[in-house]
Design a protein. Structure first.
Lengths: 79, 362
């Protein structure tokens, strides 16, 4: 149940006082509530669980992790 | 798909496994808290790729599995009442109660609907003013922001035909139970990434220090799980027991502040029964007094529930990492996903269902 899926925000709008958005999950578009990520902008990536955005994905942190893992990969190739 | 494919890259996966193999010197037992992580581990065969010194045991982080039998029986009783539309996340419909499951009740004519989000349940209440709409609000901290928001939203809309049957559980009290058990084998934790997305990881420092276990916030893709495992193994070999974050693209130390604010506005701590484990003090959330009129357990006065659990099921042992599913005599014969004896065989995140689905019978 704690499955949460990354998606790209395509549109942001309000319904009955709730901040909502259209989210693209690799081609499948669904609506989700963005109330907990008020700073969200169109084009941001977010992580969605039971129809709610739990947070935005931090691109800088993602790049740092991948470069750390790539360091391990390079080191692995040299061994 | 961005933020998925790069975390399934086989070259990177192999490199991290090699790094873990180079690091590990002695046997260690590591628990992944979350059932979603259990499924990833078995789906991608990660436990078979890791060095034999490492044993991964599977934690209680499957809300469907730990929702108490008593609560399932209450759900069955409420759903069976006339003029009720009972709404639930899909996973809950096949969880066995003492006498049948929600599918059985639906087959008898009850109006039971699967919803994708708690807000869908609110919408059903808006569209059916002549019916009582009940939402089965189960889950860990991950689901709490959605469940809290539907109460606020229903209040804002002035709905008086909407209520929640609530069974909320929290991770840190369960970790205390596991680590405090005299039979505990767990020496390090992969903390549940999406629970921490909401709550942050400030609660885990005292646990790591008290029990001297490293705790690493970990995501769900294969590379995330291996990175979390590598961080834990490095700490175990070094003898340190800190809290680290291996899922920084999504999780911050503080967590999601607006979500925590709404959770604390709507819910308060309470004792909670966990299926197979028993009562854990202050391990759940219930509605605060000012929202009590949204409590379905009060509204429908469901009492005199006397739950009876299958005597064969050892789900409680499995949820605490004390046994593996294949060690249960009922596994894959009396108990299958089609005819589950316990919730761990039902849920897509249950350890028994994962072992069954991915063929880990020995």
């Amino acid at each position: 149940m704690c499955l949460a899926v990354p998606g790209k925000i395509l549109d942001i709008y309000e319904v009955n006082g709730l901040l909502m958005g259209k989210i693209d999950f690799g081609g499948v578009i669904r609506e989700a509530c963005l109330t907990y990520v008020p700073e969200a902008k169109v084009g941001d990536y977010t992580i969605i669980h039971v129809g709610f955005a739990l947070n935005l994905i931090d691109e800088k942190e993602a790049m740092e992790t991948l470069s750390l893992l790539d360091e391990i990969y390079k080191q692995d190739l040299n061994e | 798909m961005k933020y998925i494919s790069e975390y399934r890259d086989s070259h990177r996966v192999q490199a991290v496994i090699d790094e873990i193999t180079r690091t590990v010197r002695q046997p260690w037992v590591i628990m992944e808290i979350c059932g979603g992580q259990t499924h990833s581990i078995l789906k991608y065969g990660l436990e078979q790729l890791l060095p034999k010194e490492l044993e991964l045991v599977h934690g209680p982080g499957c809300p469907v599995c730990v929702t108490s039998l008593e609560m399932i029986d209450k759900a069955l009783a409420i759903a069976a009442q006339p003029d009720v539309i009972f709404t639930s996340y899909g996973d809950m419909l096949r969880v066995p109660g003492s006498d049948g499951d929600l599918f059985t009740v639906r087959a008898s004519g009850a109006d039971i609907r699967v919803v994708y989000s708690s807000l869908d349940a609110v919408k059903i209440a808006q569209e059916n003013p002549e019916k009582q709409v009940v939402f089965f609000a189960i889950g860990f901290e991950t689901t709490a922001p959605a469940n809290a928001m539907c109460v606020i939203h229903a209040q804002k809309l002035g709905l008086n035909n909407f209520s929640l049957l609530i069974s909320h559980v929290r991770v840190p009290p369960a970790m205390h139970v596991i680590l405090g058990s005299p039979n505990n084998r767990v020496q390090g934790f992969l903390a549940a990434g999406h629970v921490c997305t909401v709550m942050g990881y400030w609660e885990y420092g005292p646990i790591a220090q008290k029990y001297k276990v490293p705790i690493v916030v970990t995501g769900f893709e294969p590379l995330d799980i291996l990175q979390g495992t590598l961080f834990v193994v490095k700490q175990l070999e070094k003898g340190s027991y800190d809290v680290e974050n291996a899922y920084a693209r999504v999780v911050s130390y503080e967590g999601n502040q607006p979500a925590q604010k709404i959770i604390s506005q709507v819910f308060e701590d309470c004792d909670q029964k966990w299926r197979g484990i028993g009562n854990i003090p202050m391990s759940g959330w219930q509605l605060k007094h000012e929202f009590k009129n949204y409590d379905a357990a009060d509204r429908f006065h469901v009492q005199k529930i006397k739950p009876t659990e299958s005597p064969l099921c050892i789900a409680g042992q499995i949820l605490q990492g004390l046994n593996k599913p294949f060690e249960c005599p009922a596994f894959a014969n009396q108990c299958t996903p089609e005819h589950p004896l316990g919730a761990t065989m039902v849920s897509s995140e249950g350890a028994c269902a994962a072992y069954y689905r991915y063929g880990r019978s020995i």
